[in-house]
Write a protein that binds this ligand. Structure first.
Ligand SMILES: Cc1cc2nc3c(=O)[nH]c(=O)nc-3n(C[C@H](O)[C@H](O)[C@H](O)COP(=O)(O)O)c2cc1C
Length: 215
């Protein structure tokens, strides 16, 4: 089981170490809009001295949650142990050791992609929910780290922010991981061409967010 957070170490230790930023990518396309946006954020974070890492959920072996609730039975801040033996443990260890997160998924059928949702459901290990208790309570309240949330849709961003649930899903995932949303990037009109460049305004916003999360 991993440590709760490197960010909980004392302030002077954190100041001398490069900040670690990990991006979790729920797009199916390596060369798509989401990955380009995440790359822009991470590039900026690296410019500010952060260590960055990108994890594509599509390349990770993550089993479906079985709703067995074995991982939710015990009390306390440590995540519960899952019955699955797959890549999730290692991924959560990396997330817990990070000083900042980027959570990214395109909008598919008005919500996050299935591969993102599969990852999100496995975060139930961060809830304490023993049998007999009507609902879960989160183990991690605030680890003092931020999460930039990135999504993209065919519809314009102004409509996407109203009619889709992807940002809400990513926000709940961040909160479950003890991170506070530190900014959102909603890229609209993202399905006009097979390969599409990001508009300069989005690149500028991505760079600002990268600087911000690396501070
Ligand atoms: C199966 C599927 C479902 C989609 N559903 C929606 C949707 O509900 N609303 C929307 O605006 N765009 C939808 N889109 C468009 C995707 O959001 C768009 O292709 C994606 O943001 C591009 O990101 P990527 O380049 O990283 O794949 C859908 C695309 C696919 C393939």
């Amino acid at each position: 089981m991993g440590t709760v957070s490197r960010a909980q170490g004392n302030a002077s230790t954190r100041d001398v170490m490069a900040r670690k930023i990990i991006a979790i990518i729920g797009s199916y396309r390596k060369d798509g809009i989401i990955e380009h946006a995440v790359d822009a954020i991470l590039r900026a974070a690296a410019e500010k001295g952060a260590e960055t890492e990108k994890v594509r959920l599509i390349e990770s072996r993550i089993e479906f949650c079985r709703n067995c609730r074995k991982c939710t039975q015990q009390e306390g801040p440590q995540r519960g142990a899952c019955v699955h033996r797959d890549d999730m443990d290692e991924l959560l260890n990396k997330i817990e050791a990070a000083d900042g997160l980027v959570l990214a998924s395109p909008v598919n059928f008005f919500g996050v992609t299935a591969v993102t949702q599969r990852f999100v459901e496995r975060l139930v290990c961060y809830a304490c929910w023993p049998w007999g208790k009507p609902g879960p309570s989160l183990r991690l309240k605030d680890r003092g780290i931020g999460a930039v949330l990135v999504t993209s849709s065919a519809m314009p961003a102004a409509l996407g922010r109203i009619f889709t649930r992807s940002l809400g899903g990513l926000k709940r995932a961040a909160q479950t991981l003890g991170a506070k949303p530190a900014g959102t990037l909603f890229i609209g009109k993202a399905a006009l061409r097979e390969k599409q460049d990001l508009p300069q305004a989005i690149l500028d916003k991505a760079r600002k967010m990268g600087y911000e999360i690396a501070r």
